[in-house]
Each structure stands twice: as C-alpha cells, then as structure tokens.
Ligand binder design. Structure first.
Ligand code: SF4
Length: 594
C-alpha cells in the first residue's frame, strides 16, 4: 500500500522507508528486499539508503526507541546523569535493546530543543525539560507498555520561547498579503535584490541573485521544470529558530516559497523537514490545506490563471550533512545524503537535474515580508552590508534562553545582556562549526561583515570547561561525517582520538601539534563544508582557551593513548603479583631514571 501510494517512484524512497518503518518499527531484511523489488532498485541501493540515516533501523530497537539529545547544552543541563538513571531503571546499557525487546536507549545529535533541555525523542516524538521525576514516570509507562498516545500530553509540549520580536516576528501580515502585492517576476527579482536579502543559513549569498540565476536557467528533458526547495533541515547544534518559524509562522514561510515559485517559474515547492521535527508535520500539512482552500496555493492562486504552485513536505531521517544543499537534494531524490560536486550549482541543475532555488526557512519568510512591505523599508533595517533582521536561537548559561530577533549589527554584549547571561566565559556562535567568541570580542557584531551566523548562539559561563565543549563538538562531527571523502572521514576520527587522549590525561605537546595538522588537512582537503569546518571548534579553543588544554597535558613527551598498566591488571591477578615491577608506570619511570 505504501509503494502504491508513492506510485512506485524510486525518488520517494526516503518517504517510503519512513512510512514502512513507522508501521513495522524497523526495516527487516525481508522488508528491504520487498521495497527494492517494488521500486525495481538494486537491493544494495535500498539498504545503502536505509543504513545512511540515523533514524532508519535495519535491526529491531524495541517498541520504544529512546534517544537522548546529546548537544553540549543538554550535557550542561545534566542529560548524562538522567540517561544513566533511565538505563539503570530499565536494566539496560546505553545503546542496547532490553532482553525482552521492549526498549532501547541511546543518544542522538542536537534535537533542536536546546532552550528547553535536557530533551529526548521517544519514537521520534520530542519530550523536553527532562527531570529525574519525569525519567521515573517514563520508565513506568514503558514498563507498563502504555502507547505513546496515552502518555501525558504535557510531556510533548514544545514551547516557542520567543523573547524578542522585530520586523519579521512582529510583521502584522495576514495570509496572502505578500501574494497580493506581487509585481511582475522581473520586478520581484529587482525588489529582492534591492532589499539586500542574503541567505540566512549562514553562507549569505544574495537571494535576489540566486532567484535571477534560477529564473534564467532552462529545464531539461521531457519533465523540464523549475523547483523551489525550503531547507528546513536545521541541524546545527544550538539552532532551533526554524522550529519556531514553522510552528508559528508557517504561513509566512509558505508564502515566501510561493513568491519564489512565482519569480523563478516553478509550479512545485518541497519542504525538507528535519526528522527531529516530525512532530510538526500534521500541523504544517493542515496549514497547507487551509492555504489551498483560501486559493493561496494550488491552481490559479488568487484567481489568476497560470499562477499555479503547490508545496509538499518531505521528512529527513537524522543526517546533519543534509543541511548542505546538494546533500539535501540527493536526499530529496531518495538517495544517501552525500554532497554533490559543484558546479553545476542547484540553480541550474538541482532537484531531479532541474533548475532549483534552495532557500533557508528564515530567508523565505523574509522574502515574503519584503514582497509585502517593499525593498526600501527592509533595506533601512540592519547595517549597510547586512539588511534586515536575524533570529538567534539562544541557549546555555543564561536566564532566558529562547528566540531573539535583532536588526543586524547588534553586539554580542547586547545579546548577552538581554538573555540574562552572567560571568560569561565564551559564546559559540553559528554552531559547532562556527566561531567561539571570548570576552575581549563581545563588542563584535552579528552581521555578515563581522560574525555571520545561521542563528545558533550558545553561552558558556566561567564554570564551564571549554576543552570539553570542543570535545563534544568533535564527537558530533565524527557521528555526522557522511564518510564520502577520506580527509573528513578519517580526519574527524583522528581529531576525536586526540581530544579523547588529552581528556584521559595521556596527552602531550605532540598531540596539540597533531591536532593542528589534522585541522589543516580537514580545512584544505575535505569535499564539503562539514569537513572543512569540523576543526574550527578545536582551533578556536586552542587559541583562546589554551589553559583548558594545558592543565591536562601532564606529560610533555609522547605517551600512547593505550593504557598498558591497566591492560596488565588481568595478568597481575593471574600471577598474583602486585609489586612495583608488575606495574608499567613504575617500571617505566625507574628504567628512565636509572
Ligand atoms: Fe562527507 Fe565530510 Fe566529505 Fe562532506 S567533508 S563529503 S560530510 S565525508
């Protein structure tokens, strides 16, 4: 039935795998074979896709799959102790499935709930503000096999936590306002260009130019078409603004997509929604339905013949790399999310090889705002090189975590004051791959010309260990590297090994130099931005928080990460020896000094 609903279309493999898994809880070998046969695909291709994404399971992980969000902010809020408590009560080791096959408990990368952590996903539904009491109650519900639908609804409450609104969040627009203000497509390109709107995902490419290139590109083949893709795969640790925009401003986002469709000549738009935001799917589909009923979507929009545009939502399945636009397109086509070579760029060869405008959620919402209110009004907000506003997702050591919208040009110090941060040691801006800002730099500005950001803003006070912050990020990149190119696949693992070695007290100067060598290789030889930026967190903290590394460097010469003395303990037990000569360190030091 699932295959028929998707017309046996191989490009819908991701959606098919998800729907089948939702029904059966996992993708058994027989199921993968049946899907491969039904889609006339090699089985290896289907298995390859299923194995690529964190949220597809090719082995049974139990009726309840618990995944604790493991961003650094969840760590700071105590997720490790809470998970240990849950595992102990369920008689489980992290990562294992219970003997009765009922439940498994593990960790996953940031789930986009950093303003209300510690958080977890149960069967991919988020539960926020975890406490010891909540852990105990959830364990009870699992033991009693209570269906998720009957769990207390307040467990699944996800708050917006909007703390500061500006031009975008306080827009005063009604659905359709932007569409009613449309001029000719070329005039709209000129308007968006004149507004100075740049991509809000972080890279900051001119949106007007992107649309102009896409509009000029010609589709190929019998199915020639143009597409609009909304990148709602915000996976950067510490980012959750798209969650809020989609939850409470979906009309504006869809309207921005419709404006983009009108400009580039697309009839179809696709939203790539990150798997962690599965809980928003029904609500978003309801908004789409309401827009169709109001003639704001579908055939003859606003009664204008030929103005046809509709939107479909695709769900991701837990792969950070799919935030990279070409990896996202691969995923939309039902493949592994491996970034493509560029050129060609998506504007000329994107989804299904056709001209495609891929834009971030916030960019599209801003485009709708500009269409309704004009370029000059928008350009007057922000700085000369960064017009408009930026939404920040603030989390970590502050009294009021949440969503803050500012005109570009706001200083880091102002943001810290507004969110109630005290004794701040550092801010990590733009996520794990971004910039670690130390107190001497708090006068710097959030703007493309100074600190560009997709929106993540994590605060660390003086009690935090910046070495461990960087180590958490390095582990994140190891988990999320797609494995396509060697510098990133191997380099991230080598960097993790160095950080773990230093953390375990076995590190020396040699390891610091080794880290620099690996960072250089990652930056210069990786295929995509993930690998190129994976070492930033270590480079920044090494430069700005060197003492947090040095206090762990208790040896200046090379020391292996492997702990030989502890490996010898079994032999000491067997031989009954425990004299100094039977210990590696003591024997080693004696021989060195003597
Ligand atoms: Fe994949 Fe990393 Fe290479 Fe990017 S840099 S293609 S994420 S392995």
């Amino acid at each position: 039935a699932v295959l028929s609903r998707h017309k046996h279309d191989a490009s819908r493999l991701m959606q098919i795998l998800r729907e089948v898994q939702e029904g059966l809880t996992w993708l058994s070998p027989a199921v993968l074979t049946a899907i491969a046969n039904g889609l006339k695909l090699p089985r290896a291709r289907v298995e390859g896709v299923a194995g690529f994404y964190h949220f597809f399971h090719t082995e049974s992980l139990g009726r309840y799959r618990v995944l604790w969000s493991d961003n650094i902010t969840d760590r700071m809020a105590g997720n490790a102790d809470l998970m240990a408590r849950m595992c102990k009560k369920l008689w489980l080791k992290p990562g294992d499935v219970s003997e009765d096959g009922l439940v498994s408990v593990g960790t996953t990368s940031c789930t986009g709930m950093c303003d209300q952590g510690p958080a977890l996903l149960v069967n991919y539904r988020p539960i926020t503000r975890m406490t010891a009491d909540r852990v105990d109650k959830i364990v009870d519900l699992i033991r009693k096999k209570v269906p998720l639908e009957e769990w207390p609804s307040e467990y699944f409450l996800v708050e917006d936590n909007i703390r500061r609104k500006d031009a975008l969040l306080d827009n005063g627009l009604a659905p359709g306002d932007a569409l009613r203000a449309l001029k000719s497509p070329q005039e709209m390109v000129d308007t968006i260009k004149a507004s100075g709107l740049r991509g809000r995902g972080g890279a900051g490419f001119s949106t007007g130019q992107k649309w102009e290139f896409c509009r000029a590109a010609v589709g190929t083949g019998a199915n020639a078409a143009h597409y609009v893709v909304c990148n709602a795969d915000e996976g950067e640790p510490g980012t959750f603004k798209d969650r809020v925009l989609l939850n409470s401003y979906a009309d504006l986002v869809f309207e921005g997509m419709t404006v983009a469709g009108y400009v580039i000549g697309a009839k179809k738009g696709l939203v790539y929604l990150r798997g962690e935001y599965r809980f928003l799917l029904d609500k978003l589909n309801a908004v789409l339905e309401a827009r169709r009923a109001a003639k704001l979507l579908g055939q003859s929009i606003l009664g204008q013949t030929g103005f046809d545009f509709d939107i479909e939502i695709h769900l991701g399945a837990g792969a950070y790399v799919c935030g990279e636009e070409t990896a996202l397109l691969e995923s939309l086509e039902g493949k592994r999310g491996v970034p493509r070579k560029r050129p060609p760029f998506p504007v000329s060869s994107g989804y299904l090889g056709q001209p495609t405008a891929v834009n971030n959620v916030e960019t599209l919402a801003s485009a709708a705002l500009i269409a309704a209110k004009g370029a000059a009004w928008y350009k007057a907000i922000g700085t000369a090189k960064s017009s408009g506003t930026k939404i920040l997702s603030i989390s970590g050591d502050c009294q009021r975590p949440g969503i803050y919208e500012y005109p570009y040009g706001v200083t880091v110090a102002q943001v810290l004051a507004d969110c109630g941060a005290r004794d701040t040691q550092a801010c990590q801006i733009a996520g794990a791959s971004g910039l670690c800002v130390a107190p001497g730099e708090f006068g710097r500005k959030i703007a493309f010309e100074d600190i560009p950001t997709g929106g993540s803003f994590m605060v660390f006070d003086n009690s935090r260990d910046m070495f461990q912050v960087a180590r958490n990020f390095v582990h994140f990149f190891v988990d999320e590297s797609c494995g396509f190119c060697t510098p990133c696949r191997v380099g991230t693992t080598l960097l993790k090994n160095v950080m773990d070695k230093i953390s375990d007290g076995h590190g020396g100067e040699y390891d610091i130099n080794d880290a620099w060598r690996i960072i250089r290789t990652l930056k210069t030889a990786s295929h995509c931005g993930l690998g190129q930026t994976a070492g930033n967190c270590v480079a920044d903290t090494l430069q700005k928080f060197r003492p947090s590394y040095e206090l762990r460097l208790n040896v200046r010469d090379f020391e292996p990460a492997f702990d030989l003395d502890s490996a010898l303990s079994k032999m000491r037990e067997v031989t009954g020896r425990d004299d100094p000569g039977a210990h590696f360190h003591i024997a080693h030091r004696k021989s060195k000094s003597g």
